[in-house]
Design a protein around this ligand. Structure first.
Ligand code: ZN
Length: 92
């Protein structure tokens, strides 16, 4: 079972501070897109959450972040995480 959530966020930065620590493990070029897709894995031991980050190919002022699965631990940072403006994507 895996749950996948995608956020589309207007941002200059491709990496948003979401309260977790991530380790980059790869990147790949995407078909029909000039932008690379970057792959990250949660750096918490035993946690298998992955995320991908890429620029929206239709509007490069947006960044699409996709989370795969859910963290099995608390955020390593004590700062509260406020929900960024986002919507659920159904990856059509
Ligand atoms: Zn995690």
């Amino acid at each position: 079972m895996s749950s996948r959530i995608a956020f589309r966020t207007r941002s200059e930065l491709e990496i948003m501070d979401d309260g977790y620590k991530w380790r980059k493990y790869g990147k790949k070029s995407v078909k029909n897109s000039p932008n690379l897709r970057n792959y990250y894995k949660c750096s918490f031991e035993g946690c298998n959450v992955k995320k991908t980050v890429e620029r929206d190919r239709d509007d490069s002022s947006y960044v699409i972040t996709t989370y795969d699965s859910v963290h099995n631990h608390e955020s390593p940072f004590s700062t509260s995480y406020t929900q960024i403006s986002s919507f659920l994507s159904s990856d059509s």
